[in-house]
Design a protein around this ligand. Sequence first.
Ligand SMILES: [Zn+2]
Ligand SMILES: [Zn+2]
Length: 257
Amino acid sequence: MTAKKSKLVVSENVEQAYQKYRQLKLEVDDWLRNRGSYWLASLSLNEESPYLPIVDLPQDAIIELWQRLNISAKVEIADSTLREMWEQLKLGKTAMDPEMATRLQMAVSGVAKLASQTVNEKGVPELKYNARASERPEKNVVACPVCDEISTLAVLTGPDGKRMMHCTICNFEWPVQRTGCLFCGSEDSKKLLYLDNEAFPGIEMGVCEVCGQYFKEIDGRKLYAADYFWEDMRTLSLNYATERWIEEQVRKDNQIN
Ligand SMILES: [Zn+2]
Ligand SMILES: [Zn+2]
């Protein structure tokens, strides 16, 4: 790799967040074990990607899991209120306290995992979504083929460093171009900068100077992660640091020109 490298400055405190997340995650896993097969039977996938967008997930499954997470957090709320909140959210209105929103996100993610599990079991033609960004400008290669959410997390897998995108919502993984920018497809290695921080070995932030977007890249050969959602959360400070870094570059460029 001939791309340029630079250092990021970060600060963080994640232990408390992890304890909260872990408690909810255990509930979600338990729900998937006990209720997963019941809800799996009611999922119907589209013929083409996105196979099952978030808005089309069975609402009753989301409410059931969301309520379970609320009970686990000792929050009392009626099912009907949750239904209303979910409807409002689908309309783009997001007035919800952050803890409630986190539990909803975990519930949506739990149900979406059933969709990606089905797609993995059925198998879908890779060609439908395995394409270079530059060859298919109409199709966003970083949008998850299952749930249609945008992923900014790439994982290099061993032994040859094949690059996969990982969806932190539904857990689906799909192959993407090995080098260059995932967003605009630029292959100019001089325009793709990799940033890292010694506190996070095995993780680099790719910043594209052509389109100004960034992504996180985990080298799975150096860093094993059992849970990519948490891995992404745990290292969110790298995203903030990258955004600050990009702003700083833009500011400097403006001063020069
Ligand atoms: Zn997904
Ligand atoms: Zn780009």
